[in-house]
Design a protein around this ligand. Structure first.
Ligand code: PEP
Length: 263
């Protein structure tokens, strides 16, 4: 279903009216985690001012340590809904448990499946049946074939509104959190008709890499990027070191506007 064999034209997925696909490079931005109404609103306003058309933000956070901030849960979803009301930006938010899919789908414009759940087949089937577009991150240990098969689980439930997100894979390299596999973008786009975007924030885990990796994303033809922003990264409860502040995000958006014309 997700293969290009029977579907030669590349697809565009619409999220709350915003297109992600071959004719555009979509900027999705927002906080890694929803922490407070004020922080989420400020991050969303930064995103919107820079030109982002979708708001990201996690209410359910899949953290490596059980002692780390796990997200606000439904209270976080309510904050996202309020911020959508205020800014008009449709929401992309993660669901980590199949039992929460209906609840998260009742607030979200797009459901995100994260790298740690990328082969959680029960979750993939549940999001496939939820009637909302899905962003499927690549498992950090998944081959491209495994990633596409994970997308197939969603598609098999009748949902072809799937966006693939390359977010770095685990390699021997320790200088970055994960290694962004830029080649995965053209490879996945050749094998599948689904749009493919890049997450330069979670792959590198470092603010100073977000702009260079965004250039790389544009250069290889990614259909969009998803970026962490925070009004006060030093106070962030999750992944502060990779969050962009206002000026950085504007610079990134400017690169997205001008860089493609240089190539
Ligand atoms: C996220 O986008 O909030 C996230 C946790 O990403 P990943 O699943 O890629 O680590």
């Amino acid at each position: 279903l997700v293969s290009r064999e029977n579907h030669p034209d590349r697809s565009t997925v619409h999220v709350g009216g915003v297109p992600i696909g071959p004719d555009t490079v979509t900027l999705i931005a927002g906080p890694c985690a929803v922490e407070t109404p004020q922080q989420t609103l400020e991050a969303a306003q930064m995103a919107k001012a820079a030109g982002a058309t979708l708001l990201r933000g996690g209410a359910y956070k899949p953290r490596t340590s059980p002692y780390a901030f796990q997200g606000l849960g439904e209270a976080g979803l309510r904050i996202l809904a309020d911020v959508r009301e205020e800014t008009g930006l449709p929401i992309v938010t993660e669901v980590v448990d199949a039992h929460d899919v209906d609840l998260v789908a009742s607030y979200a414009d797009m459901l995100q499946v994260g790298t740690r759940n990328a082969q959680n087949f029960a979750l993939l089937q549940a999001v496939g049946a939820a009637g909302k577009p899905v962003m499927l991150k690549r498992g950090m240990n998944a081959t491209i074939e495994e990633w596409l098969m994970a997308a197939e689980y969603i598609a098999q439930r009748g949902n072809l509104d799937i966006v693939l997100c390359e977010r770095g894979i685990r390699t021997f390299e320790t200088a970055t959190r994960n290694t962004l596999d830029v080649s995965a973008v053209p490879v996945a786009q050749r094998l599948s008709h689904l749009p493919v975007i890049i997450d330069p924030s979670h792959s590198g885990g470092r603010r100073d890499l977000v702009l260079p990796l965004t250039r790389a994303a544009i250069a290889v033809g990614a259909d969009g990027v998803i970026i962490d922003v925070h009004p006060h990264p030093e106070q962030a409860l999750c992944d502060g070191p990779q969050a962009l502040v206002d000026g950085d995000l504007r610079e990134l958006a400017e690169i997205m506007r001008t860089f493609p014309q240089l190539m």
